[in-house]
Design a protein around this ligand. Structure first.
Ligand code: FAQ
Length: 314
């Protein structure tokens, strides 16, 4: 029987428009599959590379409690990577292939993780701002059209909420401390504020993938809409604990009921996603080293699984 692609595409779009989720065995346009693999694998890589800037502080956390919380958070990020890699595998790509794309620099990961973490307050700023931005983005993705991605996001968002709160609590505590601690907080926020806004991607007019992804309800809101949502909910949190947002143009607009704000340095954004941020090379080296050093663990796990299979069969 001849397959009518046009009809299949129409039915597919009708399903999306009706809010029915697409599951791995359903028919889907190759382009939908391709776009999801691109976006989801980048997301998984971001979770995994995102462990590096925070991992840097586990041995230097200021108390046992802080160390335990940070360790748990970093482990959560590894788990998020695994959920999203698994969800992406349902689209027909293997985890090995995705990881190979990351290690060889073919795949992107979030620009934010190419910035250094210089003082303890950076752990607070990452939790509050980076996880805060991730929640805004991922709460929308939890309602996206592809079932496995949406379901992974539900659980991830719950954990990200805990991450965001622990980050805010670190900063709130430090803001009640000494002058030097307050300055550390302000310094961390000065460095992480703008890169956090860049996490939402280029402005709508320069976002080549948005139209298609929004038509397919992979993205429910545009990059700029989500960025604005993040700013609107984050500025009052900064004010509540005495942090100054490093943007002279920031002001509340009573008419629109949104904050107006300054201009992102897009040259910096494109440099960072092009591989030339402050830590791109370091992150790729750290990830490649970790992969090499973990080779024996993967081999041992495979050997163990094979032995168990043989024993069961015997
Ligand atoms: N960084 O056409 P668009 C986390 C690329 S997880 C790097 O607008 P799209 C948890 C984009 O890929 C954070 N590249 O693209 C955590 C495309 O390039 P390509 C990660 C970026 O896909 C917290 C090109 O620019 N979250 O934080 C960035 O429609 C703390 C054109 O852009 C996700 O990945 C960027 N910021 O929208 C872990 C969420 N922005 O692929 C540890 C899922 C854009 O054509 C510690 N992803 N690009 O070569 C998304 O929502 C979307 O993919 C966007 C980009 C919004 C990132």
């Amino acid at each position: 029987m001849e397959v009518n692609i046009e009809q299949l595409e129409k039915d597919f779009q009708a399903k999306i428009d009706a809010g029915i989720s697409i599951e791995p065995k359903d028919w889907m346009p190759e382009r939908y599959r391709h776009q999801l693999i691109r976006m989801m694998s980048q997301h998984a890589h971001s979770e995994v590379v995102g462990m590096l800037p925070e991992g840097n502080w586990i041995t230097r956390a200021p108390s046992l409690m802080r160390k335990m919380v940070l360790l748990a958070k970093v482990q959560d990020e590894a788990g998020h990577g695994l959920y999203i890699y698994s969800a992406t595998e349902t689209l027909g790509i293997s985890r090995d292939e995705m990881i190979n794309q990351l290690l060889t620099g073919k795949a992107k990961y979030s620009s934010i993780f190419n910035y250094p973490t210089l003082n303890w307050a950076d752990m607070g700023a990452i939790g509050w701002l980076v996880d805060g931005a991730a929640i805004v983005n991922q709460t929308a993705l939890a309602k996206c059209s592809f079932g496995p991605y949406a379901r992974a996001m539900l659980r991830i968002c719950k954990e990200e909420n805990f991450h965001q709160k622990q980050g805010y609590q670190i900063l709130a505590n430090m803001m009640q401390g000494t002058e030097a601690q307050k300055q550390m907080v302000q310094d961390a926020v000065n460095r992480f504020w703008w890169p956090s806004l860049m996490m939402f991607g280029p402005s709508d007019k320069n976002s080549p993938n948005s139209d298609e992804l929004m038509r397919w309800k992979v993205k429910l809101y545009s990059n700029d809409d989500l960025r604005q949502r993040f700013i609107d909910r984050t500025v009052p949190q900064a004010e509540a604990i005495g942090i100054k947002i490093p943007d002279d143009k920031l002001k509340w607009n009573e008419k629109t009921r949104h904050y107006e704000w300054g201009e992102i340095n897009w040259d910096e954004f494109y440099a960072v996603i092009g591989g030339n941020g402050p830590c791109n090379r370091l992150r790729m080296k750290q990830r490649n080293d970790a992969h090499k050093n973990g080779q024996w663990v993967r081999e041992a796990a495979i050997a163990f699984a094979e032995k168990r299979k043989k024993n069961k069969a015997a």
